[in-house]
Design a protein around this ligand. Structure first.
Ligand code: ASP
Length: 584
């Protein structure tokens, strides 16, 4: 028997028990007469005690040979510790070691395997199996496991079926770039890895499965922005005979269930916000509503006073930072620098301090007298002691810029506590968005999303104004999920493809299987997919998803541990009919 207990299990009640533990040597402290070993496994850490003179000399000799990360089996008796450690659950006891067996030795690890490590990112990725021994990562994966179990429990309770869909599918030009896989048996032809199981889950609805879900890997060959993984996991779902409200209720229920069971947090009902309001009030389709600081449009009080920057602007818009009128010159300069950074791109920042004595001090005093500034304060509902921050310019751009500034102020004022959770649904997204590069409309969500019925007649005249039956789940300013009610009518789907620039032949070639299926009794249906990695990171109170994935890729899409991607042998290429492609 390797062990009678785990390293996280023993308590004072176990005093005097003879036990066997197995695990890794985390730390050895040798104080001459006394030696302590921290023995670690997945469950925790237990301290072993060896005492010169009292412990067996063979044991002492063996212990002196140990190094960090050796795997050992330790036999001994549970005793009460003299100096207890309240920080760990086993901190009241230690094991008086009577026998030890070295099960395997270890090289000195390249970084310390403790909660705080000295290992840099690259090194930790290369030795991921060592990094995964650290408690913070272990608890991240434990959280992930709990969330997947509770997700399945909830969806099972709601009659969802977990059904697997294929990973080797067909490449389509919509959406992000596909990862492709050459087919040996069909030379010159390729599979694509799914960006999502979208069409398959819709076909499952045509097949009558009614409620489908899958915790599924999806693959997108995008240029990696920070914290994007080329392969990631979604909780992917689809339901038949539902409208938008049914889908939102079902998945609001799921998210509430997860918060309750995993974090013991009872969330109240999620607000719903139209996309156009989200853009107008927060400059973002994923507003962080943990704090207020809504945008206030100031054109009517700020224009036509001779300040050209405002007069020429499509939009003048501000936010109020509560109790920030005492910001120093330096702090304000920093904010100006912040909005001027190329990633944000504002030309400048206008501020108004609402002084405690009722006067105003602004960066545009030359153009605006106290009376005018008072109008700004009234309009923005700024009080004495507050600071108004104003940007101006072209509407869409300035909203994006002010969104960045709002989030920065939220951070500076500690309004974005990761332990507060503020979910909401953003609904009524535009169906189409104009793409400057290809000079045509693209589906904002995907081509299977249904337009709102009342907007269908705008498809020809004002395609940009058509709203979709699409919704996003946003929590703390992060897009956690998105979905839509789908088109289930063949003619409407064909019309949609036409508006997206597909010829009839192209639509038939790429999506013929779906169009055909719609001729055999497709029920009304809709669904959603939630980003499981991001959801887990959110539950773990962190921004980065990387440490919630056991074996992630780095920012260049590389697995540093197995060193992939890699070139393949000439004969493998030949076999795939790719022999002529030059390797660089
Ligand atoms: N397939 C979509 C996505 O991956 C989600 C959905 O519409 O259900 O974003």
């Amino acid at each position: 028997m390797f062990r009678t207990h785990t390293c996280g299990e023993l308590r004072l009640e176990d005093k005097n028990k003879k036990v066997i533990l197995s695990g890794w040597v985390q730390k050895i402290r040798d104080k001459g007469g006394l030696i302590w070993i921290d023995l670690r496994d997945r469950y925790g850490i237990t301290q072993l005690l060896i005492e010169d003179g009292r412990s067996n000399s063979i044991v002492i000799d063996a212990v002196r040979k140990l190094g960090r990360e050796y795997v050992i089996q330790a036999k001994g008796t549970v005793i009460e510790r003299l100096s207890k450690n309240p920080n760990i659950p086993t901190g009241n006891i230690e094991i008086d070691l009577s026998e030890i067996q070295i099960l395997n030795s270890s090289l000195t690890p390249p970084f310390t395997i403790e909660d705080e490590t000295d290992g840099g990112e690259e090194l930790r990725m290369k030795y991921r199996y060592l990094d995964l021994r650290r408690q913070p990562l272990r608890s991240n994966l434990e959280l992930r496991n709990r969330l997947s179990i509770e997700t399945r429990k909830y969806l099972d309770s709601q009659n969802f079926f977990e059904i697997e869909t294929p990973y080797l599918i067909k490449s389509t030009p919509e959406g992000a770039r596909d990862f492709v896989v050459p087919s040996r048996m069909n030379e010159g032809q390729f599979y694509a890895l799914p960006q999502s199981p979208q069409t398959f889950k819709q076909l499952l609805m045509v097949a009558g499965y009614d409620r489908y879900y899958q915790l599924v890997k999806c693959f997108r060959d995008e240029d990696l922005r920070a914290d994007r993984q080329p392969e990631f996991t979604q909780i992917d779902c689809e339901m038949a005979f539902v409208d938008q409200d049914d889908v939102l209720k079902t998945f609001e229920g799921m998210v509430k269930h997860l918060f309750k069971t995993v974090k013991e947090i009872e969330l109240s009902d999620f607000p719903r916000m139209e996309y156009s309001d989200a853009m107008r009030l927060y400059g973002s389709d994923k507003p962080d509503i943990r704090f207020d600081m809504k945008f206030v449009e100031l054109n009517d009080v700020a224009q036509n006073k001779g300040f050209k920057v405002f007069d020429d602007a499509e939009l003048v818009v501000g936010i109020v930072a509560k109790e920030c009128a005492d910001y120093t010159r330096k702090q304000l300069d920093k904010l100006t620098e912040f909005v001027r950074r190329p990633q944000i791109g504002a030309k400048g920042l206008v501020y108004v301090k609402c002084n405690e004595d009722g006067t105003y001090k602004s960066s545009v005093d030359k153009f605006f007298d106290q009376d005018s500034l008072n109008k700004w304060a009234t309009k923005t509902n700024a009080k004495k002691g507050d600071l108004i921050l104003v940007l101006s310019g072209e509407k869409d751009k300035v909203r994006k810029q002010l969104n960045e500034l709002r989030l920065e102020m939220g951070t500076q004022l500690n309004l974005r506590n990761p332990n507060n959770f503020a979910p909401l649904w953003v609904v009524d997204f535009p169906l189409l968005e104009w793409d400057e590069d290809s000079e045509r409309f693209h589906a904002m969500h995907h081509p299977f999303t249904s337009p709102k019925h009342e907007d269908i007649n705008l498809l020809d005249s004002n395609p940009g104004d058509v709203r979709a039956n699409a919704y996003d789940l946003v929590i703390n300013g992060s897009e956690i999920g998105g979905g839509s009610i789908r088109i289930h009518d063949r003619d409407l789907q064909k019309l949609m493809f036409k508006h997206l620039g597909f010829s009839d032949e192209e639509a038939q070639e790429q999506f013929g299987f779906l169009l055909n299926a719609f001729e055999y009794g497709a029920p009304p249906h809709g669904g959603i997919a939630l980003g499981f990695d991001r959801l887990t990171a959110l539950f773990g109170g962190q921004d980065s998803i990387r440490d919630f994935i056991a074996f992630p890729k780095n920012n260049s899409g590389r697995d540093m541990m197995i060193d992939s991607p890699s070139s393949i042998a000439e004969d493998q290429l030949d076999e795939l009919g790719l022999g002529l492609i030059p390797k660089d």
